[in-house]
Write a protein that binds this ligand. Structure first.
Ligand code: GDP
Ligand code: ZN
Length: 326
């Protein structure tokens, strides 16, 4: 029965029926099997897979877009079943809805978070950009920034505005999708990786994907529509395979903006600002909040200009938000 076992990646679904893209490039519907095998389960001597272990109830909640899975033919020959979830190398998780302590995995095996803003229309909101970056850092994911619609603003002003992010170490791409500017760099940045693309609606996310991956045939506005729908649903991420022959995917996760800081302890916020990592070593107190404590290396770095005042302002706002949730 070895030919009945197929590797695939979950590209959509919210429970019940999942869409799985097989290694052969076919997308099939699959249901999670009643009982899953352990991801590290070996085969029996006769070659069959073990059927014991993890209960489906626990694993159903955990399966997410981006998960690599093992498919098997179900009882009837025309149906596929997800028999095994393979180990994850990363994940983007949020707090479980309803204020519980648990977390919900929004997407699995993510390589990077790509945060897109517009130079104008809509006006960029750097404090919101900082929030997206903190979400990426909190999940230990690499992040890059795209500033689109550079045709609508002065080039120098736009570059100055986002220069601070380059000094911190985030790659910043400047694009004018409509004019075809900066697309090669984006193609290179997305190819061969699994990227979560996010940002406010109207900045040009679907336009970008249509421009660099014509095969994707996304409707302009499609991503922002699903973001709005995400407000009312739980999770509904979709993963779009990039039609370039590489193993690249762009993941659209609705509701990324609305979910606050996602189970991030307040004491870990400073770690999510890369430019604070070295200065915080100079703080007198190991648990310094960098607000009003004496001998604070972070505040010294803000005074000297080594840390941008705007970034520190974002830190304070987010800290207040996290501390008020306790
Ligand atoms: P999304 O909501 O982030 O997916 O944004 P869309 O891709 O739907 O684009 C929103 C609007 O911005 C559309 O009317 C696009 O035509 C327009 N747009 C996209 N890229 C550019 C650009 O580089 N310059 C200008 N001026 N408009 C753009
Ligand atoms: Zn401090």
């Amino acid at each position: 029965m070895t030919d009945a076992t197929v590797r695939g990646v979950v590209v959509g679904g919210t429970g019940g029926v999942w869409q799985v893209r097989t290694e052969g490039g076919q997308t099939v519907d699959a249901a999670l099997r009643g009982r899953l095998k352990k991801s590290n389960s070996g085969k029996r001597a006769d070659g069959s897979l073990r059927r014991d272990t993890i209960t489906a109830a626990a694993e159903t909640l955990k399966l997410a877009v981006g998960d690599d899975v093992q498919l098997e033919r179900g009882e009837r020959d025309d149906a596929w079943a997800i028999a095994e979830i393979l180990p994850r190398r990363s994940r983007l998780a949020r707090r479980a809805p309803g204020g519980g302590q648990g977390e919900r995995v929004v997407a699995a095996n993510v390589d990077q978070v790509v945060v897109m803003f517009a130079a104008a229309k809509p006006e960029p909101h750097p404090r919101m950009l900082d929030r997206f970056l903190v979400i990426a850092e909190g999940n230990r994911l690499a992040a890059r920034i795209v500033i689109n619609k550079v045709d609508l603003a002065s080039e120098q002003e736009t570059r100055d505005r986002f220069h601070v992010y380059e000094t911190i170490g985030y790659p910043v791409h400047f694009t004018a999708v409509k004019a075809g500017l900066g697309l090669d760099g984006m193609r290179a940045a997305l190819g061969g990786r699994r990227s979560v693309l996010t940002g406010p609606s109207g900045v040009g996310k679907s336009s970008l994907l249509n421009a660099i991956f014509p095969g994707a045939k996304l409707r302009v506005g499609a991503i922002s529509e699903s973001v709005n729908k995400g407000r009312h649903t739980t999770v509904g991420a979709v993963m779009l395979p990039l039609p370039d022959g590489e193993d690249g995917y762009v993941i659209d996760t609705p509701g990324l903006r609305e979910v606050g800081l996602w189970a991030l302890p307040a004491g870990e916020l400073d770690r999510c600002f890369p430019e604070m990592r070295t200065p915080r070593e100079q703080c007198r107190f190991g648990d310094c909040r960098h607000v009003s404590e004496p001998d604070c290396g972070v505040r010294d770095a803000v005074s000297s200009g080594a840390i941008a005042a705007e970034r520190y302002d974002s830190y304070l706002r987010l800290l207040e938000e996290l501390e008020s949730e306790r």
